[in-house]
Write a protein that binds this ligand. Structure first.
Ligand code: ZN
Length: 402
């Protein structure tokens, strides 16, 4: 039996009484809570369809978890408790959820009609999400298009125009200037926003456009030759405003600037940071040359060779390489420097007079401790060693001091 849909004539109906026609336990995976499919002779619960999500609420003491529109015209309520067939049950809809859907859905009609009316940019699909609503438009939009369409849509919202519903046959509909082509034949339900929009739709809508409150576009992106526009309506705008206000206030507090100064202030910070990094690198290189002299002075002379093996705290890979290379300019120097970190980095640098192949030394270290790396006879570097810094230093000393 077809369920009478109370939400069609009465979108603002939040409670109702109905007879329970059927109640069947639903097959569910083990360890999931029991669920039942309940059929009523009439319902105000909206089932998921046309891009609008289902209503939640209660039927008697049972909670309504989902509402499905079956192909044969019945509406099935998925509940967490069984209901007795034949009894009269009172239904109550979670009104804040439903009214939010009505605001978003009617707002979508107005916004889509604005894009189409101003720019002949047709809406191809609509998504009403828990956080975000989107329309996909046939063509790309510019920032100026978005501003103009939003202004036009809000003008219509604040003129508080009537939103009316009527049913027509497919033949009658064919003669009408519908914005959205009907997806099915038979009797069609038309939603008209006075002197602004006419489209076929099975969803729930506010009675006057003023009920939408406000329409705001939160972003847009190009998509397959068209564009996807993210928007929100009514109470969602106020909630999003609070979230963005707090985020903005926190950022402004850090930077001590007005909102419109935030982006340039971040750019300046990033520029300053890059300049600091360049200066730090230059200073490290100078320091490396200076330190290299001290390293060589502490080196152990073995014939013509000066062996320098040390662990260097507070130095990154680039600094280590600069320091080792500078030390290896000393004739006869064979230098191994290791960072004082866990999983240390190692750089081997050799003067040609030392008679040692830096890459061979590195290979021997990696063979002993693991890790990766490579290089040339004068300079080689590696990392990811599975050893402590002192263990690598000891091993390298033994290799270079036979
Ligand atoms: Zn609609």
């Amino acid at each position: 039996m077809t369920t009478t849909r109370l939400y069609y004539p009465e979108a603002y109906r939040a409670s109702f009484d109905a007879h329970v026609l059927a109640c069947e336990p639903l097959e569910a995976p083990p360890a999931t809570p029991a669920a039942y499919a309940v059929e009523l002779d009439a319902t105000a619960f909206y089932p998921s369809s046309g891009g609008q999500p289902f209503d939640t609420g209660t039927l008697g003491r049972a909670r309504v978890l989902d509402v499905l529109d079956s192909e044969d015209g019945r509406i099935l309520h998925v509940t967490d408790a069984p209901l007795a067939v034949g009894e009269v049950v009172s239904g109550a809809i979670d009104w804040s959820r439903r009214f939010d859907h009505m605001q978003q859905h009617t707002g979508q009609h107005v916004l889509s009609a604005a894009f189409e009316g101003l720019f002949a940019n047709r809406t191809q699909s609509f998504h009403l999400g828990a956080e975000q609503c989107t329309i996909d438009l046939a063509r790309e939009v510019t920032a100026a298009d978005v501003r103009a369409a939003t202004d036009e849509a809000n003008r219509v919202v604040w003129e508080d125009r009537a939103v009316t519903v009527r049913f027509v046959s497919a033949e009658e509909a064919a003669l009408l200037p519908l914005r959205k082509e009907p997806a099915r034949g038979g009797m069609l339900r038309l939603i008209e926003i006075a002197d602004f929009d006419l489209s076929a739709c099975g969803g729930t809508h506010v009675a006057r456009t003023g009920g939408i409150g406000i329409i705001a576009v939160s972003g847009w992106e190009m998509l397959r030759g068209g564009s996807r526009v993210q928007f929100l309506c009514g109470a969602r705008v106020a909630r999003r405003f609070s979230v963005w206000r707090d985020a903005l206030a926190a950022a402004m507090k850090h930077l001590s600037v007005a909102p419109e100064e935030l982006a340039p202030a971040i750019e300046r910070l990033q520029g300053g940071n890059k300049a600091l990094q360049r200066a730090l690198r230059a200073t490290q290189e100078k320091l490396a040359v200076h330190e290299a002299k001290a390293l060589v002075a502490r080196g152990v002379r073995i014939g013509q060779r000066i062996v320098v093996v040390e662990s260097v705290p507070d130095m990154d890979g680039a600094g280590l390489k600069a320091m080792a290379s500078a030390a290896a300019t000393e004739p006869g120097a064979a230098v191994v420097l290791v960072t004082a970190t866990t999983s240390p980095l190692v750089v081997v640098a050799c003067h040609p007079d030392a008679g040692i192949d830096a890459s061979a030394v590195l290979k021997a270290i990696i063979a002993q401790f693991g890790g990766r790396g490579g290089g040339q006879p004068d300079l080689a570097q590696g990392g990811g060693l599975d050893a402590s810094s002192p263990a690598v230093v000891d091993a390298a000393r033994n290799m270079l001091s036979p």
